[in-house]
Design a protein around this ligand. Structure first.
Ligand code: PMP
Length: 411
């Protein structure tokens, strides 16, 4: 008998579908670092996956106007006609993808779009091929939906990118989806059109496999690289590709919770069934704000990307100056994913030994810098830094990392 039952309290039994899924480890690390900061430590938290910039004023004003004009009621299930039109115009303008109204869907963040798609398509035994390192939520959403994540390691030597022969080897009769994310959270790696075309070649041989392209970081791409997305590169795969995007990262709108997707109408309809029984529709006010973000002036997007690129250069140079760390240059997003293999086995000043990237992250936390271990993204030994914070905080954090690593004793 459990202690609760013995005390006469009702026992709680969670559903099996969440048994293998925990609350995001990134959130836990961020919470721990936040608690230390509140306790007075000068903690610099490089964990958050959101821009430090503010939502643009024109977007805020549009939301205020929407409230005043009474746009405060339920909207159409998967997006107001105005938002769907803005999404369709965006896909056509920026990606060359033409979608009909019944081929686009809007939800409470790109996360809900992914969730709807997996809930609408996966059953026991269905597999989703996920290049690794991957955004932590992918495997958890697949698991909640009853499917099986198939993690394919894409190491530092491959630029954290999936190669066609790896995809070929990962596909089985039970594969339902390939999930691509470019630029990637956590590695910042981006696929060129040629690389996507090579993956498309594999998908053409396996007609039962659909593709999901998570384009959240489309607008945070550096060095003049051209953004490429699978459905545009391989139009013949459009009838089995879902292109996912949102306003969170491009317009610093993480809290507004609007994401969207474009794909075949049969899939979009099935996704609407999931959403209808979960949230009915995304927030009406946020939808009005997203319409302005997508249709309004776009200059701020490139300005902010330039600021992120400066910070990327600062962080990459700072990390590579530390013996034991190796940080490839990310092509996009606002993360570095550095190898800390050269630190493993080292002894800390208090006599401990760094045996894993979790140990490295714990050690850096003691030096008042919070980073996320690669284990959270399925690839070790690495750690992720989110550089969506001010230059001065980044400089201080880099100094602390360098000083902490200099205190280690190597065997
Ligand atoms: N995809 C990726 C790769 C992400 O990093 C995130 C946010 N961390 C999302 C999707 C979800 O974004 P949102 O739900 O805020 O639109």
């Amino acid at each position: 008998m459990s202690a609760l039952a013995a005390a006469g309290m009702p026992a709680f039994r969670p559903a099996e579908r969440i048994a293998s899924v925990g609350v995001s480890e990134i959130l836990k690390i961020t919470a721990r670092a936040g608690a230390l900061k509140r306790a007075g430590r000068p903690m610099i938290i490089l964990g958050a996956g959101e821009p430090d910039f503010d939502t643009p004023d024109n977007v805020k004003e549009a939301a205020i106007r929407a409230i005043r004009d009474g746009a405060t009621k339920y909207t159409a299930l998967d997006g107001s006609p105005e938002l769907k039109d803005a999404v369709r115009a965006k896909f056509e303008r920026e990606n060359g993808l033409v979608f009909a109204a019944d081929e686009v869907t809007c939800g409470a963040g790109a996360k809900q779009i992914l969730y709807n798609a997996f809930m609408a398509t996966l059953g026991p035994g269905d597999e989703v091929v996920i290049p690794t390192p991957y955004w932590t939520s992918y495997s958890d959403i697949v698991a909640i939906a009853g499917g099986t994540p198939v993690l394919v390691p894409c190491g530092i030597e491959a630029g954290f990118r999936l190669r066609p022969e790896q995809l070929e080897a990962a596909i089985t009769p039970r594969t339902r989806w390939l999930l691509l994310n470019s630029p990637s959270n956590p590695s910042g790696a981006a696929y060129s059109a040629e690389e996507l075309e090579a993956l498309a070649g594999v998908l053409r041989r396996h007609t039962h496999v659909w593709a999901m392209s998570d384009d959240m970081y489309e607008h945070i791409l550096y060095d003049g690289l051209a953004f490429a997305t699978l459905a545009a590169v391989a139009p013949d795969l459009r009838d089995r590709t879902l292109t996912v995007n949102g306003v969170s990262k491009a317009y610093a709108m993480t809290g507004w919770r609007i994401g969207y997707g474009g794909g075949p109408a049969v899939l979009i309809r099935a996704m609407a069934v999931v959403q209808s029984q979960a949230t009915s529709c995304p927030s009406s006010v946020s939808q009005a704000a997203a319409v302005e973000a997508l249709n309004g002036p776009q200059a701020i997007v490139a300005e902010r990307c330039a600021a992120f690129q400066r910070r990327r250069d600062l962080v990459v140079a700072g990390l590579n100056a530390v013996p034991g760390l190796q940080c490839p240059v990310p092509q996009g997003a606002f993360y570095t994913f550095a190898s800390c293999e050269g630190l493993l086995g080292a002894r800390t000043p208090d006599g401990g030994v760094l045996r894993s990237d979790r140990d490295v992250a714990d050690y850096l936390l003691e030096a008042d810098v919070a980073v996320v271990p690669g284990a959270c993204f399925g690839l070790e030994p690495f750690f992720r830094i989110s550089y969506a914070t001010s230059d001065s905080e980044l400089k201080t954090a880099l100094e602390r990392i360098e000083a902490a690593c200099a205190r280690l004793h190597h065997a």
